[in-house]
Design a protein around this ligand. Structure first.
Ligand code: HEM
Length: 508
């Protein structure tokens, strides 16, 4: 799938002629409703009128809380340098080209609020990689106000409208910030030029957090992402920003759209700072504290490539409003870090999307990965994709649908190993994440106590009823599952296994 496929995925054909009711029937009139007589009541069985009004009432999904006001576009990431020593991620390998979606936003304002109100500006990037969607959901600042996700709802409450008045409150904002001293670095950015970028094109983006990279040898590195605008930095003064807020609330949305329409495609150079894994322990700032940067003298910027935005959305609602970014969208070779903000975010976004868009939001064209998704998840509101009829809906199973790459494919007692996809190991403080088997004591096994129950607790009548009930319940199993049932009951007790064989033969 290239960027063009992503931008047109889900788009209906261009139709002309008579319109249709949503069920496909031709519409009689888009202009005049049915009435009882020329001057009488509008009737409920004007089905098109009812459907049209009802659908109109459901045109909105809740706006994002926060980052409600935004705009976005699509393009491609090009990798021009070799960073394979640090990451095995497919999208970062030399000469790889990956479709991207980017959404720029403000934080505190509502959907219709001015783009140029002083605020931190969101800079969220999705890479549609061959290994799944990878999102870097950052800002135009390299830091943040907080270092613990516990405080995030309080922070946003202090910036948005107050309960009683429905007004934003300078007092609440400064009350929160001054009682949250770790905010000082970010508030300094916010009150400076970066709080009023002139356009989305004329600002840098940052992943802000420290993330992890993992190379093909399994070596881990800490990484910070920087997106450097090739358009040059440009900012409004406070007065200019306020004036533009009154003149054109959508100034930045319009600027990006028009630039792409006229072929003036904005480009950002992708650079990273890399910290060797062990240096995190002794670096002069805690590298997992989001209120801090890493000195560029200590960790200079390394070139990776660039991304260009060269396609406008075809439909703002379907492709930008429903674009569901998530810092937990990771791919092999990139990972999280012990940053507590990042770990809280790994929960928060998918949860927000399930509420705001619906639990099957990943099936929407703009949120689909470019490769088919093999999953046992099914059903739920607005389920659109479904598995072939032959596909099992549970795992483990006797079919070849598959399971996790650490699973042995036979039983659910597998999948042990490192918490591979998180990549935050080894933790120098001694608590690596992992997948350990349940701790077995000397007499633990799966069948022993079932055998004791059969041999030592059940009398002959209970044993008889047990074999009777098992074989009744087995009616309908496939020959393959039948053999597994015999193996299973043989493990519990060979006599029970034999009894099950004998009785089931009679019931088949
Ligand atoms: C624990 C801290 C945080 C929590 C719980 C949180 C939560 C959220 C939520 C619920 C949304 C709305 C998502 C949606 O409905 O689509 C959002 C949007 C966003 N957040 Fe955060 N956030 C946190 C910290 C941060 C940080 C540190 C950054 C940047 C470094 C950030 C950048 C963004 C951006 C850019 C968006 C808008 C994404 C888009 O364009 O759709 N957030 N956040």
């Amino acid at each position: 799938m290239n960027t063009n496929d992503i931008v047109t995925n889900g788009m209906g054909p261009e139709l002309t002629g008579t319109t249709h009711q949503h069920g496909g029937r031709p519409v009689a009139s888009e202009n005049v409703s049915i009435t009882a007589g020329p001057q009488g009541a509008t009737v409920l069985n004007d089905i098109h009128l009812v459907e049209k009004l009802a659908h109109f009432n459901r045109e909105r999904v809740p706006e994002r809380n926060p980052h409600a006001k935004g705009h976005g576009a699509f393009g491609e990431l090009h990798i021009t340098h070799d960073v394979s020593a640090y990451t095995k991620a497919q999208l970062f390998q030399p000469n790889t080209v990956t479709p991207v979606a980017v959404r720029f936003s403000t934080v505190a304002g509502e959907q219709g609020s001015p783009d140029t109100w002083r605020d931190v500006h969101g800079f969220a990037v999705r890479f549609y990689t061959e290994e799944g969607n990878f999102d870097i959901v950052g800002n135009n600042t390299p830091t943040f106000f907080l270092r613990d996700g516990m405080k995030f709802p309080d922070f946003i409450h202090s910036q948005k409208r107050m309960g009683p008045t429905g007004l934003r409150s300078a007092d609440a904002q400064w009350d929160f910030w001054t009682r949250t001293p770790e905010s000082a670095h970010q508030v300094t950015y916010l009150m400076g030029d970066r709080g009023t970028p002139k356009t989305s094109r004329h600002q840098d983006g940052f992943g802000s957090h420290t993330f992890q990279w993992l190379n093909a040898k399994g070596e881990a590195f800490w990484v910070k992402y920087h997106f450097k605008t090739r358009q040059g930095w440009d900012c409004f003064t406070d007065e200019e920003a306020q004036e533009m807020a009154g003149k054109n609330a959508d100034y930045q949305r319009e600027d990006l759209f028009n630039a792409i329409e006229r072929g003036d495609y904005p480009i950002w150079d992708v650079k990273v700072q890399i910290m060797p894994f062990a240096e995190a322990e002794t670096y002069r700032y805690n590298p997992f504290d989001l209120t801090k940067t890493w000195s560029h003298k200590d960790y200079p910027l390394i070139d990776v490539g660039y991304f260009v935005l060269n396609r406008n959305p075809v439909n703002y609602f379907a492709q930008i409003e429903q674009l569901a970014f998530d810092p937990a969208n990771l791919v092999p070779g990139v990972g999280l870090s012990p940053d507590r903000m990042l770990m809280a975010r790994a929960f928060a976004y998918a949860d927000a999307h399930r509420y705001r868009i619906g639990p099957n939001y990943r099936q929407l064209p703009v949120n689909q990965p470019v490769h088919p998704v093999n999953t046992y998840a099914h059903q739920g509101p607005m389920a659109y994709q479904f598995n072939p009829a032959s596909a099992p809906v549970y795992t483990p199973n006797r079919f070849d649908k598959g399971a996790g790459y650490l699973d042995d494919g036979v039983s659910s007692n597998s999948g042990y190993g490192a918490a591979d996809e998180l990549f935050i190991n080894p933790d120098p403080h001694g608590t690596d994440l992992g997948r350990a088997p349940y701790v077995a004591h000397p007499e633990d096994d799966d069948f022993g106590q079932a055998g004791i129950l059969y041999r030592e607790v059940m009398d002959d009548g209970a044993k008889d009823r047990l074999a009777h009930n098992i074989t009744n319940a087995m009616v309908g199993v496939s020959p393959e599952t039948e053999q597994r049932c015999y193996w299973y009951w043989d493990q519990v007790d060979p006599q029970l296994g034999a009894e099950v064989r004998k009785r089931f033969a009679a019931k088949k």
